[in-house]
Design a protein around this ligand. Structure first.
Ligand SMILES: [Zn+2]
Length: 443
């Protein structure tokens, strides 16, 4: 390891001259000659089982999409102050509005109008490290901010605390005739015992063991990765994952409570996998149970998550070219462990965290994608999903061609638009730094 950069002197650079001796070694030359490229096409053609896409679905007309973004502003000099900005957005578009947009060269003003009229968004900021709120530890500040953020009213009160209502709807499984009477027990942020809970419909209360104040958002367990004065960037990106999930489930909850038949005509599109990592997975099980319950009431809620990077996406680049147009392939647990995750394990991939099955879809030579679709089998995780397990699969497949964007390979227009709204990369960085400086005055 070279020396790290100091305040006054540049970092040490690793010398490239040392590489020469390695290349001159007879053994290294011999080994390199024996390294062949694997023939993925032949190998995976025989193992991956592509099937024809169904053609008898009905197009879904109302589309919601969500996306989030995060920007950590970290001062490069000691004491390395760090603040995270998080933004998440929900967008509603109907097929009529999408049809009016030019798929190749969309008019930016048409896009702006569409987004202005039908987008909700929420932003927040977390003091991660070496910056604090008077009289509070970062640990408690972040817990409180997380709670207040989920209760956020949004710009012009547009959210009206809808994310908190959605969180309670999922956590207490309010769709049931008899909802959960208390939250599933979780680790108390004060006494650390796995006894914390809240009675039905409460947002905050006291730990039954130590009497410390508990927020409903503590159920995510993010405090487990924080100390009094230090929180990793992951805490902010985990919050983003939660807020995107609450955003996309808000219209689902709304229609479920008011006029659930509308759900039969909706497609919910999320950027990223249908998955909640680590302790956030506390929400995955109730979400799976909801899709199953709704299906039993003859409401098949159509949702997809699109993965635009990662191991599944990379794998599609290997196997997708040789597949036929209008086909799909659902890898089972064994295929995922062996060929995608490269794990030598009997464990079931995603059993705790995922609320959708992953599938590779090839519409044509230009548009191929990795999507996740919720499955329904008694609320359990399906280890070897097939077409019949995928909720509302036929209608989802009938809708995808209508929302494809020609701007990027495999791109979906609703995600592209949600991206634009949620993006923090257009956030003027000078302004952000100014905010940063203001917020940390006198520290
Ligand atoms: Zn406690």
């Amino acid at each position: 390891m070279p020396y790290q950069q100091g305040n006054r002197l540049p970092p040490e650079r690793a010398s490239k001259l040392g590489h020469l001796e390695v290349i001159q070694s007879d053994l290294v030359q011999k080994l390199c000659k024996s390294f062949n490229d694997p023939e993925f096409v032949e190998q995976t053609n025989t193992i991956s089982k592509w099937e024809q896409l169904p053609i008898d679905g009905i197009e879904l007309k109302i589309i919601f999409s969500t996306d989030g973004s995060i920007q950590v502003i970290e001062n490069p000099n000691p004491p390395f102050k760090a603040i995270a900005f998080v933004k998440s957005a929900l967008l509603r578009v109907d097929q009529y509005a999408i049809a009016k947009i030019d798929k190749d060269t969309p008019n930016p003003f048409a896009l702006r109008d569409l987004m202005k009229e039908s987008a909700l968004y929420h932003s927040t900021a977390f003091p991660l490290r070496n910056v604090f709120i008077e009289g509070k530890t970062n640990f408690n500040s972040i817990r409180e901010i997380m709670f207040e953020s989920v209760k956020d009213k949004g710009l012009n009160d547009s959210l009206e605390g809808a994310m908190m209502d959605t969180l309670k709807w999922i956590a207490y499984e309010k769709w049931l005739d008899i909802p959960k009477q208390e939250l599933e027990r979780f680790g108390c942020p004060h006494c650390e015992k796995n006894v914390a809970t809240l009675p039905y419909n409460e947002e905050k209360g006291k730990c039954p063991e130590c009497g410390g104040e508990i927020f409903i958002t503590d159920m995510f367990g993010l405090h487990q990765s924080m100390t009094d004065d230090f929180a990793p960037n992951q805490v902010a990106s985990d919050y983003m994952g939660v807020s995107e999930t609450l955003m996309i489930f808000t219209p689902i909850r709304f229609y479920w409570e008011t006029n659930r038949v509308i759900l039969k005509n909706c497609l919910f599109v999320k950027d990223g996998p249908l998955s909640l990592r680590a302790t956030l997975a506390k929400l995955s099980a109730p979400i799976r149970r909801f899709f199953e319950y709704a299906k039993s009431k003859e409401i098949e809620v159509a949702m997809i998550g699109q993965e635009k990077s990662g191991q599944f996406y990379d794998h599609l680049q290997l196997i997708g070219n040789s597949a036929s147009p209008n086909s799909f392939f659902i890898p089972d647990n064994r295929y995922i462990q062996e060929h995608i995750k490269h794990n030598n394990t009997a464990a079931v991939y995603g059993a705790d965290t995922n609320y959708g099955a992953k599938l590779f879809v090839k519409m044509n030579d230009y548009h191929k994608m990795v999507i996740n679709i919720p499955t329904g089998e008694r609320g359990e995780f399906v280890t070897s999903p097939s077409q019949i397990h995928l909720i509302n699969f036929k209608n989802i497949i009938a809708t995808i061609p209508k929302i494809l964007s020609n701007k990027f390979e495999g791109a979906l227009l609703p995600i592209e638009l949600a991206n634009k709204i949620a993006s923090l990369s257009t956030y003027p960085s000078a302004k952000a730094l100014e905010l940063f400086a203001d917020a940390t005055k006198g520290t």
